[in-house]
Design a protein around this ligand. Structure first.
Ligand SMILES: [Zn+2]
Length: 324
């Protein structure tokens, strides 16, 4: 994994030259409190599926906005330093969609297992139908481990990430070898995931082989995934704004609803009291026994994700005192 660090304005041209011929760009970024109010990008990490080279652009010493890649991009970020990058596919969205396809043959109960221990087992296993569309954001490292992607090398990637995560602080002024190794390792993980998902047949019920014997439905980084990724990444650029770190309804590992399943949205959106997002009525708990209608979707309603977050954060009731 040859890694190149670029930290001068002149070196940005080297990055563009190295990446200009690729159709697909692997992209990640690092910084303190990324995605939160007051957060910022310190390092841009770039790679391509055709090469093991990793290019790290340290923005702080360059003192310029992020470079605008003059290439077609089919991954992996959306807006950076005012530069809009189109055709983004977020790898977490890919992993979640692949998990859902793999889960199609499992029971509702078995699918609900993924939400444990995030939700109390009694709640999630007692009302699995309520949480059928809830997904936990997958950690890319554990996905590599779970699917045994990249063999021993993949395991080494995951181990390195686990070891460095607690020691790497992106608020530091100086970039250490640990920072560099951590960021480069993430691109290597993305590289392995991209290779895996573009080469492997998605486990759907409609698997078929084309006449040349290749998989007809290798996981497609298609428009559906681009639309879902765009909805996910641009979620907080709406009136809701970026969440602050202390907001319990916007800083948790559950995937927001209405991104993978309701691309068309609609007119009758309801604002969730927890996350302040405008969502379809189907994203709110139903309160009638037949499961029809979304009678709870109204003023002051919390979506199913926020309901789960609330349940997760509620302290268990204190043990009852025994009287002697
Ligand atoms: Zn909500």
């Amino acid at each position: 994994m040859p890694t190149f660090l670029h930290d001068t304005p002149e070196s940005v041209a080297v990055v563009l030259s190295a990446l200009k011929d690729t159709q697909t760009l692997l992209f990640d970024c690092e910084g303190p409190s990324l995605g939160m109010q007051g957060g910022g990008v310190v390092l841009l990490s770039l790679g391509t599926p055709q090469s093991d080279d990793v290019h790290l652009v340290h923005i702080t010493p360059i003192g310029l906005p992020a470079p605008a890649p003059d290439i077609r991009v089919s991954g992996l970020f959306y807006e950076c330093g005012g530069v809009m990058i189109h055709n983004v596919v977020d790898m977490q969205v890919v992993v979640m969609q692949a998990q859902r396809l793999a889960d199609e043959r499992k029971s509702v109960q078995a699918r609900a297992q993924r939400l444990i221990p995030y939700l109390p087992p009694r709640e999630v296993l007692g009302k699995p139908e309520l949480y059928a569309k809830l997904l936990k954001l997958p950690a890319l490292g554990s996905t590599v481990k779970e699917l045994k992607i990249g063999g021993a090398e993949g395991i080494a990637n995951v181990e390195l990430k686990r070891r460095l995560r607690p020691v790497v602080n992106w608020s530091d002024d100086v970039l250490t070898q640990d920072h560099i190794d951590y960021a480069a390792n993430d691109i290597d993980l993305l590289h392995k995931l991209y290779t895996h998902f573009t080469a492997n047949v998605a486990p759907t019920a409609t698997q078929s082989q084309s006449s040349d014997g290749s998989a007809a439905n290798a996981f497609a980084f298609d428009q559906t995934l681009r639309d879902a990724s765009a909805a996910y990444v641009s979620m907080w650029t709406t009136s809701a704004g970026q969440p602050c770190a202390s907001d319990p309804y916007r800083g948790h590992p559950l995937f927001p609803l209405g991104i993978l399943d309701e691309p068309g949205w609609g007119d009758n959106l309801v604002v969730c009291e927890g996350c302040k997002r405008e969502l379809m009525p189907e994203c709110f708990p139903k309160n009638d026994a037949t499961g029809k209608g979304n009678l709870n979707a109204g003023r002051g309603a919390k979506c199913l994700v926020c309901r789960a977050v609330q349940l997760h954060n509620e302290k268990p009731p204190p043990p009852r005192q025994m009287r002697r």
